[in-house]
Design a protein around this ligand. Structure first.
Ligand SMILES: Nc1ncnc2c1ncn2[C@@H]1O[C@H](COP(=O)(O)OP(=O)(O)OP(=O)(O)O)[C@@H](O)[C@H]1O
Ligand SMILES: [Mg+2]
Length: 532
């Protein structure tokens, strides 16, 4: 064919090569891979009108190192069998509200999980089987044999993966259960029985809001028209939570796309963290803030990555709502911080209430949400705040109270207008240091067995500061610089008490010694102070 300035030479062969599999299987782990297989069963159930209940059974045999995923979503018709093996082939309509869109998930996941994948499926009377083995993934022939095999129950698809590329353990299984309970919670509630090694998974939801009196959670929504006839609906909910897990860090942003959880506990710049004027650096004080975002719309418009294991922040659907997400993380992080001394009274007890509807927002107009004003920062008296911060610690180790209150007393003296307050402060700080050493040794029978550390032995140790420090340092790593400072101020205190001339105690000395004592208390007892 001759076109102006363009002469066709021949045709190039654009058939993909099997090496393609090498690239598409990288970055896949057990969790991502299994979820792709579960996604496919869910999609087929949704696509065929959610008729009846759907059962998806995942079986992970640690002994045999065998993965089996069985579903009764309907089975694959003989004419559609190629969809299971041809990269890019999909039976899904990209404009519908489903999960599968790229046409690679199932193949990519199965091949990534193991060197042998056997798929059996039965839509009508006949049961078919295909085997994706190394011979096929390595040869340049794309044709793959399919077989008729002895029947499995009608409507079922069974994917069995063996010769695994990565071994799994019982610990992995526990992690997977928790993951799937969260990722598929909405589907489980909607009628899917998802089981893992015979255990039916319970849905794990995150809208566990607290409803503090003037600061209940809020919701807002928008509709995004991204150039296609179908639009994307976005729902945002935000507030303080009552299910804080101090170790689990279960706060931040949670994102669902078409009801599947894509990302949870997000705390990065994309959602406003690490920017001082926004949500700030993630910190326990701000850990009651949670924002849940729901994107619903055509699969091809969802802001997920290709394995649905994370968000693509540059995607227009996400970047259009990002400012609102940030407004919400900033607001509720501040609220969490401002109420931090009073969570137990003003947040956690309020478990029921109404979510305030802020109405719809327009993603392209830069209008701020109508959020209630934040409470003024209420400074609690130091004694109260120190007790609140260390509540559980004091319950477990009551002797810590005296130590932290001594430091509080030093702060309190600062407002006393006493002319000799620094002398008193020095004595209090130094005694706190000494008592901290004693409590550490006396209240730690495993490290310091009483038959070895008898009362008289303890007295001898405590009669010499260096001995006490030496004993404690056997089990706690205290930097030499801290010890040097403590010894220096101990000398100053001795001067004050024993020598003829009265030693001068400057503000700077007190500030520095207080810092030393705080650090020691943190090291020995994990005490927290309000400014931490
Ligand atoms: N368990 C199943 N039951 C019925 N059909 C299935 C099943 N698993 C896969 N399929 C069919 O195979 C197709 C290909 O699945 P695959 O996961 O590779 O791509 P996808 O789901 O369309 O897109 P994505 O790459 O985003 O997951 C599906 O679209 C579906 O038609
Ligand atoms: Mg898929």
């Amino acid at each position: 064919m001759v076109m102006k300035g363009k002469v066709q030479v021949d045709f190039l062969d654009g058939t993909p090569e099997k090496r393609l599999f090498l690239s598409i299987i990288s970055d896949y782990d057990l969790t991502t891979g299994l979820c792709e297989l579960i996604d496919n069963a869910l999609d087929f159930w949704v696509r065929t009108g959610k008729k009846g209940k759907l059962a998806v059974d995942v079986d992970l045999d640690t002994q045999a190192q065998l993965i089996t995923v069985t579903d009764d979503a309907g089975g694959v018709e003989v004419d559609d069998l190629r969809l299971l093996v041809a990269p890019g082939a999909s039976g899904n309509d990209p404009t519908s509200e489903i999960i599968g869109i790229f046409g690679v998930g199932g193949k990519r996941a199965s091949v990534a999980l193991g060197r042998l994948v056997e798929i059996r499926t039965r839509a009508k009377t006949k049961t078919y089987q295909i085997d994706l083995d190394e011979e096929w993934t390595r040869s340049e022939d794309w044709n793959l044999a399919y077989y008729e095999v002895s029947p499995i129950p009608k409507g079922k698809t069974i994917v069995q993966v063996s010769k695994l590329r990565q071994q799994f353990s019982e610990d992995d299984i526990d992690g997977l259960k928790a993951h799937c309970s969260a990722v598929y919670a909405r589907f489980i509630k909607d009628g899917v029985d998802l089981s893992l090694n015979g255990e039916i998974l319970q849905p794990a939801s995150f809208d566990n809001w607290a409803y503090p009196k003037e600061h209940p959670p809020v919701k807002t929504k928008t509709t995004l028209a991204l150039g296609l006839p179908e639009s994307v609906d976005v729902y945002l909910k935000a507030g303080l939570i009552h299910d804080r897990d101090a170790e689990g860090d279960n706060y931040g942003v949670y994102i669902y796309c078409n009801d599947r959880l894509i990302s949870k506990e997000l705390r990065n710049r994309d959602v406003g963290y690490y920017v001082t004027s926004e949500a700030g650096v993630p910190h326990p004080d701000a850990s009651l803030c949670r924002v849940i975002v729901d994107f619903n719309g055509p699969a091809e418009q969802m802001p997920w990555n290709s394995s649905k294991s994370g968000i693509s922040a540059a995607h227009p659907a996400f970047s259009l709502v990002r400012p609102k997400i940030i407004e919400l993380t900033s607001h509720f992080s501040s609220l969490s911080r401002r109420l931090k001394y009073d969570w137990d009274n003003s947040v956690f007890p309020y478990r029921k209430g109404q979510i305030t509807d802020l109405g719809a927002f327009h993603a392209k107009w830069n209008q701020r949400l109508n959020l209630p004003s934040l409470p003024r920062v209420r400074k609690l008296p130091i004694g109260d705040s120190i007790r609140t911060l260390n509540k559980t610690l004091i319950e477990k180790q009551p002797w810590v109270l005296g130590l932290v209150e001594s430091v509080a007393a030093v702060d309190h003296l600062g407002k006393s207008r006493l002319h000799t307050q620094n002398r008193i402060k020095l004595i209090v700080l130094d005694s706190s240091f000494e008592i901290a050493m004693k409590e550490y040794i006396a209240k730690n029978p495993t490290l310091y067995p009483p038959h070895q550390y008898t009362d008289s032995q303890l007295q001898t140790i405590m009669s010499k500061r260096t001995l006490a420090i030496k004993e404690v340092r056997k089990h706690v790593d205290i930097p030499q610089s801290l010890i040097d400072k403590a010894q220096h101020y101990y000398g100053l205190r001795n001067k004050l008490i024993h020598e003829r001339t009265t030693a001068d105690v400057s503000d700077q000395v007190i500030e520095d010694y207080e810092n030393v004592v705080r650090k020691i208390l943190k090291k020995l007892f994990k005490v927290r102070f309000p400014a931490d």
